[in-house]
Write a protein that binds this ligand. Structure first.
Ligand code: AP5
Length: 219
């Protein structure tokens, strides 16, 4: 099962991808996580991505396309994958199509999560992330048991720099201009399914799972 998760920042792509990745035993490939890890380790990739990410802009296409191309060739992607946060531009979507063609694979389904702007702002401004394992929490909707301490690994949680109010607004603008057109792109290919992303995490998960299973029978 080869899946793409589309949606605005804070739509719950990462939350849902982590759960479905376990459910289907396929890896979650988050370009945002890969870039944040590179920044944390101060690698050349991380240094290249830093200023774009802090400002809420997209990292240049050729950089992220290269990352995904390499990642999809790894052995754990043999039985499928969930692309979380890629593609984000038409150029990335075209490049992905070419990559998959050369690997003899195809996308089974693109799930588009819809959430309104007010909910996005509330989700992102309350998000806290573990600095060690990357697990995501929310101060109100899914708080850690002990304030500032990750429930999964005991690491320290922090607020992402791009989760500040001004940067959230910029990320939403970037999404609308550069990524939203992919809804029509994949809809025209007959691959798109929309999921209402505004229910509880479990409700959204169940809706996504039901649609994946439905599609699985036909793919
Ligand atoms: P990335 O990390 O991909 O950020 P994003 O797309 O903006 O998505 P988020 O991680 O903010 O949100 P999400 O949809 O995963 O929501 P989550 O599940 O965490 O990218 C960061 C940056 O990297 C980009 O700005 C760009 O610079 C660069 N980048 C990455 N990929 C790129 C690409 N392909 N091209 C170019 N540049 C790229 O949930 C959010 C919060 O809500 C959490 O606190 C969660 O607990 C809570 N929550 C989730 N679901 C629910 C629910 N149902 N009810 C209540 N709360 C919920």
């Amino acid at each position: 099962m080869n899946l793409i998760f589309l949606g605005p920042p804070g739509a719950g792509k990462g939350t849902q991808a982590a759960r479905l990745s376990e459910e289907f035993s396929i890896p979650q490939i988050s370009t945002g996580d890969i870039l944040r890890e590179a920044r944390k380790n101060k690698t050349p990739l991380g240094q290249k991505a830093e200023s774009f990410m802090v400002q809420g802009q997209l990292v240049p296409d050729e950089v992220v396309i290269g990352i995904v191309e390499e990642r999809l060739r790894e052995s754990d992607c043999q039985n499928g994958f969930i692309l979380d946060g890629f593609p984000r531009t038409t150029a990335q979507a075209d490049a992905l199509g070419q990559m998959l063609l050369s690997l003899g694979r195809q996308i089974n389904q693109v799930i588009s999560f819809s959430v309104d702007d007010a909910a996005i702002i509330s989700r992102l401004s309350g998000r806290r992330v573990c600095s060690d394992c990357g697990a995501s929490f929310h101060v109100e909707f899914s708080p850690t048991t002990v304030d500032g301490v990750c429930d999964k690994c005991g690491g320290k949680t922090y607020q992402r720099k791009d989760d500040q109010a001004e940067t959230i607004k910029e990320r939403l603008d970037v999404y609308k201009k550069q990524t939203q057109p992919l809804i029509d792109y994949y809809s025209n290919l007959g691959a798109l399914i929309s999921v209402e992303g505004q229910g509880s995490v479990d409700d959204v998960l169940n809706a996504s799972k039901a649609l994946c299973h439905l599609r699985r029978d036909f793919s």
